[in-house]
Write a protein that binds this ligand. Structure first.
Ligand code: SAM
Length: 265
């Protein structure tokens, strides 16, 4: 197994001059965001196609499960979702389509390239009225306290240099009783699947990235960053430290992905 043990403290409690990881490389904490931004600027146009290819379409099922757990109201009742690191808007579109007319979403992402693709998709889907796109850093959200019914982050949190800050911000903007869901790659726990998954990730995905986006390096970062993400029990602890209650997680597809959840009381 190529996976490396992740210390929970890797990106926590680090002052100026601290290091973190960018994939398997150790980099100054202050440099990581710029490097992540370059990755997503480079792949934005082909991001959605690559998601389908890389996950063999599975990301759709994982996101649908997330939306079924969100349970947006099917009637007119107002329901406001914050989709952090929401990129091209996938989770938000699925949520407003599953909910009634009162369901709206805000996609907050640091990358203008990803948001631009998202806005075009919203217009094509006829959802521009119900899904708003805001350029924002997850570590300092430009939203009022207690202003959202739910917050999600799908395959985004591992890219944020200070995950503890992002989780605390999501809690801050949730109304009491509001739920937070984090969908993220996790630890494969099915014997045999781990070896296949490693070969697929490290041998095939960067090559696929080169063919589809012309950029193998960005996909090398993406597969490495998955291995550096904390195991589910450690991430659950980060959610608790951020103040979430009733923290839980559910492994999906043999642990390739986990759906984490918590509530702001
Ligand atoms: N949630 C979308 C999805 O599931 O398709 C996009 C996920 S994409 C793998 C990761 C996203 O995280 C990118 O759009 C990137 O710009 C965003 N991101 C990285 N660092 C961020 C930060 N500090 N604040 C907000 N978004 C960030």
């Amino acid at each position: 197994m190529v996976a490396e043990t992740q210390l929970v403290g890797d990106t926590q409690d680090m002052g100026a001059g601290a290091d973190t990881h960018f994939g398997f490389r150790t980099v100054p904490l202050g440099d990581k965001q710029r490097m992540v931004d370059e990755v997503f600027h480079s792949v934005a146009r082909r991001y959605d196609l690559m998601n389908d290819l890389m996950s063999l379409g599975l990301h759709r099922a994982w996101k649908d499960l997330l939306v079924s757990r969100l349970r947006p109201p099917r009637n007119e009742r107002a329901f406001r979702l914050l989709d952090v690191a929401g990129g091209t808007g996938d989770v938000s579109f699925r949520t407003v389509e599953a909910g009634g007319r009162g369901t709206r979403a805000v996609v907050a992402d640091i990358n203008g390239g990803m948001l631009g693709v998202g806005r075009e998709r919203a217009a094509a889907l006829g959802l521009a009225e119900r899904v708003e796109f805001v350029e924002a850093n997850a570590e300092a959200l430009p939203f009022a306290d207690k202003s959202f019914d739910a917050a999600t982050v799908a395959f985004g949190i591992r890219n944020v240099p200070r995950m503890d800050k992002a989780l605390a911000e999501m809690r801050r903007v949730l109304k009491p009783g509001g739920r937070c869901f984090v969908l993220e790659f996790s630890r494969v726990d099915l014997p045999g699947l781990d070896a296949i998954y490693d070969i697929y990730s490290f041998k095939l995905i960067p090559g696929m990235g080169r063919l589809v986006t012309g950029d193998a390096e960005s996909y090398q970062y993406l597969v490495e960053s998955i291995r550096k993400f904390p195991p589910p029990e450690a991430f659950a602890e980060l959610m608790r430290e951020a103040g979430f209650k009733r923290v839980a997680w559910q492994p999906l597809t043999g642990g390739i992905v986990a759906l984490h959840s918590g509530v702001r009381i």
